[in-house]
Ligand binder design. Structure first.
Ligand SMILES: [Zn+2]
Length: 70
């Protein structure tokens, strides 16, 4: 899949895990926002380009993916 990679490897891994669950990752560069991840049925996550703690941000994302009821 030709998607722009996230520069933080922890976050890139979380994005790939989300994609493996059927989520769509869309880079929408705007300030500190790198892009968004959507489950396709209502859940939307903001992906930050330079979070203070990339590992926490990645964990938050995988938690949101695990919580998605769709
Ligand atoms: Zn969902």
């Amino acid at each position: 899949m030709a998607r722009v990679r996230h520069s933080k490897k922890d976050i890139e891994q979380a994005l790939r895990a989300a994609e493996a669950q059927g989520w769509t990752v869309t880079p929408t560069k705007a300030g500190h926002r790198w892009g968004k991840a959507e489950c396709g049925s209502g859940c939307v996550l903001s992906v930050w380009s330079t979070p203070k703690n990339p590992q926490n941000h990645a964990k938050q994302m995988s938690r949101a993916v695990a919580r998605c009821p769709h």
